[in-house]
Design a protein around this ligand. Structure first.
Ligand SMILES: Cc1cc2nc3c(=O)[nH]c(=O)nc-3n(C[C@H](O)[C@H](O)[C@H](O)COP(=O)(O)OP(=O)(O)OC[C@H]3O[C@@H](n4cnc5c(N)ncnc54)[C@H](O)[C@@H]3O)c2cc1C
Length: 420
């Protein structure tokens, strides 16, 4: 065991909390909000930066799409849309949800066949989704070049949020309910004794807590590694760009996903935002990075976004006339099957880890916060989330080459045609 996993008896306890959450990204803040909403007292969020949501979260496109491949994720996104839309009424804070719908574009007959199955599955899960005509497509998205597409279906209740605004809404609501957030407080280690968590070590010393939840995004796996746990996730760079504003975007414009190009697009600040899952993913080994390495240190994704533009511009020729005004990039954590990694860390009581957000952590944040809160307060996540168990890959996780290969494959094929 590494020296920075300290024994509780090595320190004098300074203060006692019931739950410490490590990381004030959108997962940590949703968890803090849910705990407080369910009546949990003594919740402290520790964040090493000087603001909330300063790493992966603000880089996101914020898409909240209901077309998923598993029942649990259908339910999770349903819960997110419900929570986000009712949040202003319930808390006074706006999550910035825009329910513009989303348009799933097909470029091939094979994709249209896959869409038929997705629509049937969506309807079984009570989600409105149907093929629409070319005329309807161009009404919704006037800049689309219909001659280059096969067709598409529309999901009217899908939408998107501004991820920072959404995280702020959780943070403000949590604070109103008594949650404390401590900034500039990096957690340096976990304190445990006899396989039980007792708190965390910070620069200010030990902070004692009955429960510790790690929602440290790409850094979560590093924190638990020191408890002899290997978390089966790989941070992989993901990126998006935003163009200069244009008058050609209607006030209400859906999210457009073009899985055959591994691209998505939506309006932002008067221009187009587009994102891209490139075929040759870039993994990041955080263990080899200096401790101060942050999201902002990732290289600007100029070349890869040029590739995205080349893919998209036959369908959206307007992109050729619009300069890019902003690039965003961050590290999404991928597990080998692309599903979340959430739950207790085996062998250490009352220590929980949530990671493996894939590129779905904004949309999933509501459910993740709910599951973790239920787990801490009731000993059970409240729904069957065994799909996300930390143990599901068995001993294979020790094979780091396997882990990298599988996770990169998962990222590169994020939008592949699914057969299930
Ligand atoms: C370009 C891009 C587009 C995306 N688009 C979408 C999308 O459209 N829809 C969607 O749902 N998701 C999307 N995502 C994914 C989404 O951004 C993530 O899933 C989500 O932000 C993960 O949130 P988090 O709270 O787990 O991590 P983070 O936001 O990274 O938060 C982790 C926090 O932990 C803190 N921390 C780490 N270590 C410590 C420590 N030792 N002590 C104290 N604090 C610590 C960090 O400072 C950070 O604030 C996208 C991601 C990218 C990069």
């Amino acid at each position: 065991m590494h020296q920075w996993v300290n024994k509780v008896s090595d320190f004098i306890m300074k203060k006692h909390y019931e739950v410490i959450i490590i990381g004030a990204g959108i997962w940590g803040l949703s968890t803090a909000y849910h705990l407080a909403k369910y009546g949990q007292k003594g919740v402290l969020v520790l964040e090493r930066n000087s603001d909330i949501a300063a790493e992966t979260t603000p880089q996101a496109a914020g898409l909240v799409g209901q077309i998923r491949s598993t029942d649990i994720m259908f339910q999770a996104i349903h819960y997110a849309l419900d929570l986000f839309s009712n949040f202003p009424k319930e808390t006074g804070y706006d999550t910035s949800l825009q329910q513009t719908g989303s348009l799933m574009i097909a470029l091939t007959p094979e994709r249209m066949d896959a869409y038929k199955k997705q629509i049937i599955k969506a309807k079984k899960n009570n989600i409105e989704a149907d093929f629409i005509s070319d005329g309807e497509i161009s009404k919704l998205v006037p800049s689309i070049n219909l001659s280059k597409i096969e067709g598409g279906f529309f999901v009217p209740n899908d939408g998107y949020v501004d991820p920072y605004e959404c995280a702020s809404a959780y943070a403000n609501a949590a604070k109103d309910l008594g949650v404390e957030i401590s900034f500039n407080t990096p957690v340096k280690g976990l304190c445990q004794e006899k396989n039980e968590i007792h708190g965390v070590e910070t620069n200010e010393g030990i902070i004692e807590s009955a429960n510790v939840i790690i929602t440290a995004g790409p850094w979560g796996a590093l924190l638990v590694k020191e408890t002899d746990t290997i978390s089966a996730v790989q941070p992989i760079r993901h990126q998006r760009a935003r163009t200069m504003p244009t008058d050609n975007i209607p006030d209400v414009h859906p999210v457009v996903r073009i899985p055959d190009l591994s691209c998505y697009l939506r309006p932002e600040k008067g221009g187009y935002l587009y994102g891209y899952f490139e075929p040759n993913p870039v993994s990041i080994d955080l263990e080899k990075m200096p401790a101060e390495f942050r999201t902002k240190d990732l290289e600007q994704p100029i070349t890869v976004m040029k590739d995205a533009k080349n893919r998209l511009s036959p369908i959206f020729p307007i992109l050729n006339d619009l300069d890019i005004t902003e690039y965003n990039r961050g590290m999404t954590t991928f597990s080998p099957d692309g599903a979340y990694m959430i739950g207790p860390v085996s062998g250490i009581d009352r220590l929980y880890l949530a990671t493996g957000c894939a590129a779905l952590g904004i949309a999933g944040s509501a459910a993740v916060g709910k599951w973790l809160s239920n787990w801490v307060m009731n000993g059970d996540p409240g729904e069957d989330i065994s799909d996300f168990s930390h143990e599901r890959f068995g001993d294979k996780v020790a094979d780091l080459e396997w882990l990298r290969r599988e996770t990169e494959d998962c990222y590169a094929n994020y939008y592949s045609i699914r057969t299930e």
